[in-house]
Design a protein around this ligand. Sequence first.
Ligand code: GLU
Length: 180
Amino acid sequence: MCGIVGYIGKNKASDIILSGLAKLEYRGYDSCGIFFYDELSDKFVTYKDKGRVSHLVNDFDYSAMNHLAIGHTRWATHGRPNQENSHPHFSRSHRFGLVHNGVIENYRELVATYLENVTFASETDTEVIVNLIDHFAQELAVDAAIRKTLSLLEGSYALLIVDTHDPARIYAAKSKSPLL
Ligand code: GLU
């Protein structure tokens, strides 16, 4: 069982995410990752890898000021435990990033119907979700693109989604998987 954590607020987001991920370690996981918004440089930063939360904490730089972050501990269901398959995952345009707990059962059908021309960076079912959001956001407002995507998913999910065009908001959604 993996876990996801998101934070947006007054405190340093990366600190809150890393301590949240450490609290979720008891659930078991093979990889972990974090995605945060570096406000001074106006850049999004991603660290992710196979292995322990202590690796994420000790081997990367969190000196940047940040008040929005999402994080993930992964229990691989689709694709090996490795860096490419670790979350967060991104849409092909890199506009959207997300973390996912759960399994999307119809991801192959969704690729065949909507995403045939997309080259995926991972072996995960998760990457399909974030690319569907990007696909529908070409025509729809972001919340409508997310709702449209959710309406097509079969399986289980807890999701945290970040639109890099709007670094003051985290979208959350769940079905079957728990989300607090
Ligand atoms: N199905 C996704 C994957 O294999 C999420 C697994 C999880 O819940 O950690 O990456």
